[in-house]
Design a protein around this ligand. Sequence first.
Ligand SMILES: [Zn+2]
Length: 417
Amino acid sequence: MNSGHETTNNAPATTNNAPATTNSAVAATATVITNIASLVTNDPSLGDGTPLGLIQDAAVVIDGDRIAWVGEKSKAPATDNRLDAGGRAVIPGFVDSHSHLVFAGDRTAEFNARMSGQPYAAGGIRTTVAATRAATDAQLDANVARYLAEALRQGTTVMETKSGYGLTVEDEARALRIAARHTDEVTFLGAHIVSPDHADDPATYVALVTGDMLDACAPYARWVDVFCEKGAFDGDQARAILTAGRSRGLLPRVHANQLTHGPGVQLAVELDAASADHCTHLTDADVDALANSATVATLLPGAEFSTRAEWPDARRLIDAGATVALSTDCNPGSSFTSSVPFCIALAVRDMGMTPDEALWSATAGGAAALRRTDVGRLTPGARADLVLLDAPSHVHLAYRPGVPLVSQVWRSGRRTV
Ligand SMILES: [Zn+2]
């Protein structure tokens, strides 16, 4: 909509003075979704006063790409367009703040060997690096589009994604250029592993990542990330990489404490990273640091599932007061799932989360991990990203694992699924 139209139009929707909860704030041309059995707003000041801000027998009004009104259906304003949710639950679209979608090939044989108790000698990430370097731009672009569409069908309306399978200046910049065509949440992860080209000389690779590679990649990315782990990058290397990225305007996030205890979480907090991701092996001091910071602990149970590893302890983090996000880590090696509902079910079953907490972490938590306030919530003014479930309550996401409950997905006010 162009601004000339808005300024010459006296319709109530263009005046911002009225509280959003009054009917006069809603344009007649808006759409109401009504007959919602339960609505998750993620605003504790709405509905039942819990963090989910649940409203029973609810309605939502969408005006353009925004939420214009939420409340009890009996109080919904009149609009031209009406959709009957038929007693379904409505939740915010999932915000998946951690994935690695720019890759080619897959690692079926590696997974099969791991799950069959057989030794497997191939090169892990290096296998994907080789396949990704060999792929054309069109092949990589099609892969990103395919996995994003797959995630959207499962309710994900915002998805971060990273480079990290190129590991040369040209291949990393290419990955980010392709990712940026599909999402605003793009992360430079040149420091995924030390490039095989520099295996014997990590210092030279860190210099490349913080120099020419960063120069080529910064224009396409919002975030800078590093895999801070034994066998990848130590604390000093990770600090150098994140600090260099920050000096180029990128915001830090960290792959931290996935496989072992290490300095990643403390570094993330020290640098005010938006998120420390994995957080599987934490000391009490790590938990404390997260709880007393703005750094979100992003848990990625698809990785533990796919490697038969120890689960991260969500209960411990939440009880300490940390903000927890839940994401897929979608990647071909350690977590080849794009399904947030699957991760919610794992988090509830195996990580000590309640169904309410898991849903919050997969929506508002993901938004916090991306420092976004316009998504992950269904409140007046938020982006109209929402999911209708073939269920009367969000609890069914964990209660009915593996069942395709996503019935409709709306993104920016338009029905996409
Ligand atoms: Zn990852």
